[in-house]
Design a binder for this molecule. Structure first.
Ligand SMILES: Cc1cc2nc3c(=O)[nH]c(=O)nc-3n(C[C@H](O)[C@H](O)[C@H](O)COP(=O)(O)OP(=O)(O)OC[C@H]3O[C@@H](n4cnc5c(N)ncnc54)[C@H](O)[C@@H]3O)c2cc1C
Length: 320
């Protein structure tokens, strides 16, 4: 049996979790086993559960899980994992997935690879790859422990449909209210902003934009295509943009379908946070900029000429 940890937004399973389902389904099929999902909180997405191949979904909707606490979540995940006789547990490679996979591996004395970005080679052992040294090398690992646990980088597999009939189980973990250590006092959503970590499309600017007063063309582009905005660390350090927008080794790690990098050199520390993007478009005035080596599409040109034209073309294409 394979257990997959699912996350949702507005009651719909997130894209990265659908990828984890696809990954888990392949492993379950190869082992003639079932695919079990676990989700904390209410979920109204039976369409996705049936479409992408879950055999069973455990919903844990108790008040003790209102605040994410990796200690309590792991306790419940371990209970489901053992009750369902699982040998594999897969998570998304994000903050929650990293915390839970590590705790679960410790609790089960299992083997963990964080940030796997290849499909597991099942011939001759469970071998997976991941990038190391900020993307400079690819390492292959074999999990030899009985319990095999992965957090899986975004875009490692393409989401596939696997029609199934998913049984939904409302599971009571039995965790007592006295075990809760943190309570949420209030939550205020930032209106209008697309969260960077979840964005499908990201438009990002670097020091090549010369100053914060020139960010209008980045924001316009993002608005037209419905993208989140990001920046290099040099830009955040100069206080041109808020630090939560900074991506890279010391900033956020993202994996959108499309990453548009404007006036960013492509230093290894920047690439470390964006190289899992499915498609990368680079706009840079310098044809020797290192970012072009990592790009799928490149425009050698002055951002101040290219971006207004790109925005006009996008507006036309979108009919806005
Ligand atoms: C330990 C450590 C951790 C780090 N972590 C991070 C991190 O997490 N994220 C990160 O981003 N950086 C990180 N850095 C910094 C990183 O090494 C680079 O210094 C930084 O990414 C450079 O930002 P930049 O590309 O915006 O600026 P620059 O290096 O100044 O590059 C600007 C680019 O804009 C181009 N350009 C100039 N004018 C134009 C124009 N008119 N039109 C188009 N292009 C133009 C230039 O050709 C150049 O390629 C880290 C560094 C260290 C040492």
């Amino acid at each position: 049996m394979v257990l997959v940890f699912l996350e949702s937004s507005n009651h719909k399973i997130k894209k990265n979790s659908l990828e984890v389902i696809t990954y888990g389904k392949k492993i379950a099929k190869a082992n003639n086993g079932k695919l079990i999902g676990i989700h904390f909180g209410a979920l109204d997405d039976s369409d996705s559960c049936n479409k992408y191949g879950l055999d069973k979904l455990f919903i844990l909707n108790e008040p003790v899980f209102e605040v994410f606490d990796s200690r309590l979540y792991t306790k419940a995940i371990k209970a489901v994992y053992l009750a369902e006789n699982c040998q594999f547990a897969f998570f998304g490679f994000n903050l929650n997935g990293k915390a839970l996979s590590a705790r679960l591996a410790a609790a089960l004395d299992g083997g963990l690879v964080n940030g796997a970005n290849s499909f597991a080679d099942l011939n001759g052992g469970f071998k997976v790859q991941k990038t190391i040294y900020s993307g400079k090398a690819i390492a292959t690992y074999q999990i030899v422990a009985q319990h095999k646990i992965l957090s899986i980088a975004s875009n490692t597999v393409s989401i596939e449909e696997n029609p199934s009939t998913c049984e939904v189980v409302n599971f009571n973990s039995g965790i007592a209210a006295s075990e809760v250590k943190v309570k949420k006092i209030k939550e205020e959503k930032v209106a209008g902003e697309i969260p960077l970590a979840e964005a499908d499309l990201v438009v990002s600017g670097g020091r090549g934009l010369k100053g914060p007063e020139n960010w209008g063309m980045i924001e316009d582009c993002a608005k037209i295509i419905g993208a989140a905005t990001a920046c290099s660390r040099a830009v955040a350090d100069a206080h041109w943009r808020p630090h939560h927008e900074h991506v890279g080794q010391t900033g956020g790690a993202i994996a959108p379908n499309l990453y548009i990098a404007v006036g960013i050199s492509g230093a290894i520390q920047h690439l470390a946070g964006v190289s899992n993007s499915k498609t990368i478009l680079v706009v840079n005035i310098d044809p020797e900029a290192p970012f072009f080596k990592a790009a799928d599409y490149g425009v050698v040109g002055d951002a101040f000429e290219v971006m207004p034209k790109l925005n006009e073309a996008l507006k036309k294409a979108k009919g806005v």
